[in-house]
Design a protein. Structure first.
Length: 188
């Protein structure tokens, strides 16, 4: 059985998730498809569910490697879990071609690309930190607006509808403390 897994990092990336789902369905993942919109650094309950669901002979299918793993060690852990269950991994878009881990050479190439991707990501973060430091020195850096503050209108609306701060926090994916703080500031 082909088992699909689609993920985007944020709820704003609807088109990206829909595109992944379409590609997975076209590939043949019609029986079981797991999807979620969560950052790769957070818990990924649907990935865990997919890894628990797959059985010997199945193939877990993802559109791109970055939708599956956050680092080389994360990827290797996922591959170990799949291999222990007799499950293959297929990556639909692997630099213009498809990748399947059922062969030793497929595993080797995938591991090498994962290491290179992690290296590039770490270099990008270094460049980003350098740019932020330069902007701070020049007085141009403002930082990003806190997520909860951007959601204040939605927080107000849900509070006016009688929802408890815990429920608001859960629905909007912000901390409960932020909801209490913003509501208190808003009323003051």
């Amino acid at each position: 059985m082909l088992v699909g897994y689609a993920r985007t990092s944020t709820f704003d990336q609807v088109a990206g998730l829909e595109s992944q789902i379409e590609q997975l369905l076209t590939t043949g993942c019609n029986d079981k498809l797991f999807q979620e919109q969560v950052s790769s650094v957070d818990e990924r309950p649907q990935l865990e569910a997919a890894l628990d669901f797959v059985r010997e002979g199945d193939v877990l299918v993802v559109v791109r490697l970055d939708r599956l793993a956050r680092s080389t060690s994360d990827l290797l852990g996922i591959l170990d879990r799949l291999e222990a269950k007799g499950v293959g991994l297929r990556i639909i878009d692997f630099g213009g071609s498809e990748m399947d881990t059922k062969s030793p050479s497929g595993k080797l190439v995938l591991t090498m690309f994962a290491a290179l991707a992690q290296f590039e990501r770490e270099l990008m973060l270094v460049r980003q930190r350098e740019g932020i430091e330069k902007a701070k020195r020049e007085g141009k850096y403002r930082g990003r607006a806190p997520t909860a503050c951007r959601k204040l209108p939605e927080i107000r609306k849900l509070a006016d509808e009688g929802l408890a701060p815990s429920e608001i926090a859960s629905r909007l994916e912000v901390s409960r403390a932020s909801v209490y703080r913003l509501l208190a500031e808003d009323r003051a």
